[in-house]
Write a protein that binds this ligand. Structure first.
Ligand SMILES: Nc1nc2c(ncn2[C@@H]2O[C@H](COP(=O)(O)OP(=O)(O)OP(=O)(O)O)[C@@H](O)[C@H]2O)c(=O)[nH]1
Length: 376
């Protein structure tokens, strides 16, 4: 089952986006190490038992290390040496306790300690991502690691209670625990691999959602999100009592074509990002700036009245005018013209408010630019 899981992950490798592949490769290698260890455990009788036991346990401990590394890579953490230390020390200790001093009790304690350290590190990592990654698959993975870690600690306690001494054998009293161990441990490579693939697909889904709703250049919500949010807020404002409060501003950079013509399209792109950042910094509370397209932005206001509409537009205009766009030697003062519209009785849709704000914007351009006009 473990080998099949590792194989499936290998077949799917190329279907995963490039940034997820190192983590998936580590998970696959870890699963194959786990599978190799399990096969050796099953074949203990056929080989010199001492060496087989050390090798089997070592493979499984390095498998667990691989799972921790895969999770770290999945969350963009750098490789660190300490991650391999428990498995290296554990394998050396097992070598000693099997082939030099033959201490079965010591072996159980070493294996339990290494498993616990690696699994607790994986659990802490998964839990620490709660705020960044709310995916259910991440929680399932954390629960899986926790269940196995609790079992391993219980197992160590159980063997200690039975009397761990150098001559202790897991094949003697309490042998059922020796049978249960591989079954519980197998949940990581088998169910864990499913959880890992779900974590990948959940991340891909979120990335697609973000890409579909965000403007690639400025990082602001795109036109699609603007229309969605605008219609939602418009409907809410129309149906709430007292009605009103919905308003928006259409913001257009003045003489933007000149920037492209004189400094190149790429510089124009950087200037667009600059204006986007200025507008974002001027927004308060639930105000939402979005890129409508080209060099035009729209800001959805929150609870604006006709009396403070002009001041709200001025706040945006000032945010751009007060800080020139600087790129190396180049210092370009930028200005924007703004049309503001507040919801009125005659507005039947979000689009009708947008149209009135557009007309106010044209009036601002016609009146000389770098100014705010409020729609009648
Ligand atoms: N660099 C860059 N330029 C863009 C982008 N989208 C639109 N533009 C440019 O924005 C310019 C808009 O020019 P116009 O509509 O003539 O307006 P303007 O020069 O800003 O003049 P006014 O609006 O009348 O003040 C055009 O040159 C477009 O090519 C973009 O994503 N990047």
């Amino acid at each position: 089952m473990m080998l099949a899981n590792g194989g499936v992950l290998g077949l799917m490798h190329k279907d995963l986006p490039q940034p997820m592949r190192p983590a998936a490769a580590s998970w696959r290698i870890a699963t194959l190490l786990f599978a190799g260890g399990s096969i050796l455990f099953a074949a203990q009788g056929l080989n010199p038992p001492g060496y087989t036991l050390v090798l089997a346990n070592g493979l499984v401990m390095f498998g667990l290390t691989g799972y921790l590394r895969a999770l770290r890579q999945f969350y963009g953490l750098q490789d660190q040496l300490w991650v391999v230390v428990p498995a290296v020390l554990g394998t050396l200790a097992l070598f000693w306790l099997t082939l030099v001093s033959a201490d079965a009790g010591g072996r159980i304690l070493v294996v339990s300690a290494v498993w616990s350290v690696l699994m607790v590190a994986s659990i802490v990592l998964l839990i620490s991502q709660e705020r960044r990654d709310g995916a259910r698959s991440r929680r399932v993975m954390a629960a899986l690691f926790t269940a196995v870690a609790v079992f391993v600690m219980f197992r160590a306690g159980y063997y200690i209670a039975l009397g761990v001494n150098p001559a202790f054998s897991v094949l003697g009293a309490g042998a059922w625990m020796n049978v249960a161990t591989p079954m519980v441990a197998a949940t990581l490579p088998v169910i864990g691999t499913t959880a890992f693939l779900l974590m990948c697909s959940e991340r891909i889904r979120r990335q697609w959602e973000r890409a579909a709703s965000t403007d690639y250049l400025t990082g602001l919500p795109n036109r699609r999100t603007l229309v969605e949010m605008g219609e939602q807020r418009f409907d809410h404002a129309r149906t709430s009592a007292p009605a009103g409060g919905f308003a928006l501003a259409v913001v257009d950079i003045d003489h933007f074509k000149r920037i492209n013509d004189e400094h190149g399209h790429e510089m124009g792109d950087v200037a667009l990002k600059h204006v986007a950042a200025r507008l974002q910094s001027a927004c308060r509370g639930a105000e939402l700036p979005a890129r409508q397209g080209g060099e035009e932005f729209v800001v959805l206001f929150d609870h604006l009245t006709p009396q403070n509409a002009h001041a709200a537009g001025e706040r945006l205009r000032n945010a751009v005018a007060q800080m020139p766009f600087v790129a190396g030697e180049l210092v370009l003062p930028l200005t924007v013209s703004i049309g503001v519209a507040v919801l009125v009785q005659g507005d039947t849709s979000f689009d009708s408010v947008l149209r009135r704000a557009d007309e106010a914007l044209y009036a601002a351009k016609a009146a000389g630019r770098n100014r705010v006009e409020v729609a009648a």
